[in-house]
Design a binder for this molecule. Structure first.
Ligand code: AMP
Length: 216
């Protein structure tokens, strides 16, 4: 049965970085709702324009729009054996919708690694974050600097700072996380799927803990 992994955790905890490493190690497709929205914004689609109005304020994009986008993505053939979900679900409505989608496709949510960190760690991480323009590879000016400033180690593309990583938006994103997404920790714990990981550790240690939690 196709097994979906839900990577849970606050913004800035390193979900995107870890998802790319784990996807490469396991061969599972990396499905990031944030990356899908950013792709739509870059391509100036209608969905992108709508999403941008929420993302720029640090708010969540409405559930129906987000669920529709993920439905399209996980219906593609590359997800037939499962996927690594990063940034979705973010509300209990989305988590329930995911159960329904997977029941329809004959899949299930397998493991939910929950990467946690203190609020001060998150603010510091988001403030120093740089992303590559081509594929969204993530760097941090202090904890994970690129070999050459402003250039992606993996594909040579230019690095930029996301608009929503600005101080005011970061504060709102963290508030939104605690109000709307943090309840998913209890949701998955009650269902026996949660596996807690300390996100304040070095990147390599978080990866090792993740692979152990995924039994890979
Ligand atoms: P991320 O790259 O995961 O930090 O996502 C960037 C932004 O996209 C978030 O701050 C939200 O505005 C929006 N977003 C991403 N995933 C979701 C989701 N599952 N539900 C609603 N909004 C989302």
């Amino acid at each position: 049965m196709p097994a979906f992994i839900v990577l849970l955790g606050p913004p800035g905890v390193g979900k995107g970085t870890q998802a790319k490493i784990i996807a490469a190690a396991t061969g599972l497709p990396h499905v990031s709702s944030g990356d899908l929205f950013r792709e739509n914004i870059k391509n100036e689609t209608e969905l992108g324009r709508l999403a941008q109005s929420y993302i720029s304020k640090g708010e969540l994009v409405p559930d129906d729009v987000t669920i529709g986008m993920i439905r399209d993505r996980i219906s593609r053939p590359d997800c037939k054996s499962g996927a690594l979900l990063d940034g979705f679900p973010r509300t209990t409505v989305q988590a329930a919708a995911l159960e329904n989608l997977l029941a329809e496709f004959g899949g299930k949510v397998d493991t939910v690694p929950y990467i946690s960190a203190s609020e001060s760690t998150l603010v510091e991480r988001l403030g120093g974050r740089w992303n590559c323009k081509a594929q969204g590879h993530v760097f941090h000016e202090k904890h994970n600097p690129p070999k050459q400033a402003g250039v992606c180690d993996f594909d040579g593309s230019e690095l930029y700072q996301r608009d929503d990583d600005k101080a005011e938006t970061v504060t709102r994103r963290i508030q939104v996380y605690f109000a709307q997404t943090a309840p998913l920790v209890a949701y998955y714990r009650e269902r026996g799927r949660l596996s807690e990981i300390d996100g304040a550790q070095p990147i390599e240690k978080v990866t090792a803990d993740l692979l152990a939690a995924l039994k890979m």
